[in-house]
Design a protein around this ligand. Structure first.
Ligand code: HEM
Length: 148
């Protein structure tokens, strides 16, 4: 039998301002979250995250998600997705003092985000930990955060 979350309807992924591709990427990511291998390194001025997978389709969705979301961050176009973390509000409010660099690996993507503002550094590190929790536990992590 399939896991209850496989291919389920996920209305919480719709945003006030999201494209179909962005929602599809999130569905692919949540439906296959167990195939994600993620490493986060906190550095004094930010975070270095490595997110990878052997699964080609998942990797394509992941890379597309990161590229689209980092572009949104830089342009302050908050997707306002129902389930999104409040930590994102802090990042969108201060995106002018966040420096983001992306590089590809054979199996995924490395994102380095830094800031000269220590409270923004904290928010970047909190967000990276939230992404790791979602990668590990999928929707369960989201529901737990939203019920607190
Ligand atoms: C299992 C679920 C998810 C995974 C694996 C994932 C993956 C990622 C990754 C790898 C990044 C780059 C920053 C980092 O590595 O920490 C990122 C950034 C971002 N994600 Fe997700 N994400 C997930 C869920 C979501 C959800 C539900 C939203 C809802 C809006 C979202 C919105 C964003 C935004 C706005 C950014 C840009 C913020 C930044 O770069 O600091 N993500 N995501």
């Amino acid at each position: 039998m399939k896991h209850a979350h496989d291919e389920m309807n996920m209305p919480g992924l719709q945003g006030k301002d999201t494209t179909e591709n962005e929602v599809d990427d999130l569905k692919t990511i949540f439906n296959n979250h167990q195939q994600i291998i993620r490493k986060v390194e906190n550095i004094s001025n930010g975070v270095i995250t490595t997110t990878q997978t052997q699964d080609e389709q998942l990797r394509a969705a992941l890379v597309s998600h990161v590229v689209a979301m980092v572009a949104r961050l830089e342009e302050k176009r908050d997707p306002k997705i129902i389930i999104q973390s409040p930590t994102l509000d802090i990042l969108f409010a201060h995106s002018d003092v966040i420096n983001t660099q992306i590089s590809m690996t054979e199996l995924g993507i490395v994102v380095t985000q830094t800031s000269a503002n220590q409270s923004v550094v904290k928010a970047l590190q909190t967000h990276a930990a939230e992404v790791s929790d979602m990668a590990k536990r999928g929707m369960e992590a989201v529901h737990e955060r939203m019920s607190n």
